[in-house]
Design a protein around this ligand. Structure first.
Ligand SMILES: [Zn+2]
Length: 61
């Protein structure tokens, strides 16, 4: 039996654990990074842009 392996839309790596946000798969690591990233962090904008690409309406973290 194969495991559910998906390609993370943030880090582009294949991961077993993660969630689907709309059509975008986000691995557990990236999900935690997104949650723990503050708006002051330079990575924050990167994540926001990624999420915006899949949901054109405003997305709030
Ligand atoms: Zn990831």
């Amino acid at each position: 039996m194969g495991k559910n392996i998906h390609i993370c839309g943030i880090c582009n790596q294949t991961k077993e654990d993660g969630i689907f946000l709309y059509q975008l798969y986000i691995c557990q690591e990236c999900e935690e990074k997104i949650i723990s990233t503050s708006p002051k962090d330079e990575n924050y904008q990167f994540y926001v842009e990624k999420l915006r690409a899949i949901n054109q309406s405003s997305y709030t973290i």
